[in-house]
Every structure is written in structure tokens, then in C-alpha cells.
Design a protein around this ligand. Structure first.
Ligand SMILES: CC(C)(COP(=O)(O)OP(=O)(O)OC[C@H]1O[C@@H](n2cnc3c(N)ncnc32)[C@H](O)[C@@H]1OP(=O)(O)O)[C@@H](O)C(=O)NCCC(=O)NCCS
Length: 142
């Protein structure tokens, strides 16, 4: 992800979430050297993105999003695969954590395929609509 991608990324974010990240949140992550941000491109158009950031000994999967028309075609998987490969080079054996809406079956299934397991929950973590969060974790191997 480059600064020039921010307008397209933010437009997709606004389309996909009821409480989207602001443009400045993406800019903050882009400027953070402990963050990895990638975009998926189709004919020059951004159809997905991922953001992970390492804080001390823990890496957080902060955002992974695929454009609605391109879902279930492997975009989310490719983004996670490439981000985790890059992370492996920087931080072998990294521990990765995330929060996900308990109702988000698509994302939970994607994360389970990557080896994430539920380690806890946070009641009332999300609004618009109200929902609990599941906490998931995995450790990069190989
Ligand atoms: C979650 C999300 C990123 C998945 O992206 P995607 O490109 O559709 O995912 P993939 O095509 O790589 O799917 C990989 C696996 O995820 C699971 N999955 C994806 N969409 C699913 C759905 N609608 N229902 C159930 N499982 C689903 C499946 O296990 C799938 O494997 P399969 O197709 O072999 O069954 C996408 O649905 C999305 O952008 N959702 C809105 C944003 C969001 O909720 N992001 C996660 C929270 S930050």
C-alpha cells in the first residue's frame, strides 16, 4: 500500500464497515515501520487490503478486507498469506492476535483456515450493530 492508494482503500473501507477506519488511521499505519500493509490489485483497481502491526512481542491483524464483488475468490487468503510471509521474514515465530465479530462467520472461517484458534471473548466490544468479539491467536511456523 502506498500513500497514493489511500483514497481507493478508504472508499472500500467505507463501503465494507459500519465503523470504518479514518483516512488518518491508514496514514498512521503506513508511516509505522512495524506495520505491513498490502493491497490486492485487479486491472489497477484496489480490490482488497490487509494491515498487520507488531507491538512489542505481539503482532495484531488489524484489518483484512476484500471488495464485495470479489469475495470468495481467494483475495482475503492471498492477502493474509503474503502479509504473513513478509512477517515471517521480519519476525520468525511471530505470535499473531486479532479480534473479530462473533457474527462474522466468513472471517472466522478464513482465520481458522490459517490456524487461528479462539482464545477468549470480549462482551459488547462492537457497536453498529452491538456484538461480542472473539479473540483469536496463532503462531507463525515454518
Ligand atoms: C472476510 C473476508 C476478508 C474474506 O475474504 P474473501 O476474499 O472472500 O476470502 P477467501 O475467498 O480467501 O475465502 C477463504 C475462506 O474464508 C471462508 N469464507 C470466506 N467467505 C465466506 C463466507 N461468505 N461464508 C463462509 N466462509 C467464508 C471460507 O473458509 C473460505 O474458503 P473456501 O472458499 O475454500 O470455503 C471478506 O468476506 C470481507 O472483506 N468481509 C468484510 C470485511 C471483514 O469482515 N473483514 C474481517 C474483519 S477485519
Amino acid at each position: 500500500m502506498l500513500p497514493a492508494d489511500l483514497a481507493q482503500v478508504h472508499a472500500l473501507e467505507t463501503l465494507c464497515y459500519s465503523s470504518p477506519w479514518s483516512m488518518s488511521s491508514f496514514r498512521y499505519e503506513l508511516e509505522n515501520r512495524d506495520a505491513i500493509l498490502l493491497v490486492a490489485l485487479y486491472g489497477g483497481r484496489i480490490i482488497g487490503y490487509v494491515c498487520v502491526r507488531t507491538i512489542l512481542d505481539m503482532t495484531h491483524l488489524l484489518n483484512v478486507t476484500a471488495s464485495p464483488e470479489f469475495r470468495r475468490q481467494g483475495i482475503g487468503s492471498i492477502l493474509l498469506h503474503d502479509a504473513f510471509n513478509e512477517l515471517k521474514k521480519k519476525k520468525p515465530g511471530a505470535k499473531i492476535t486479532l479480534e473479530v465479530r462473533q457474527s462474522n462467520a466468513a472471517a472466522i472461517s478464513l482465520y481458522e483456515k490459517f490456524g487461528f484458534r479462539v482464545t477468549g471473548n470480549r462482551k459488547g466490544y462492537y457497536q453498529k450493530p452491538d456484538d461480542d468479539a472473539l479473540l483469536m491467536e496463532m503462531t507463525l511456523t515454518g
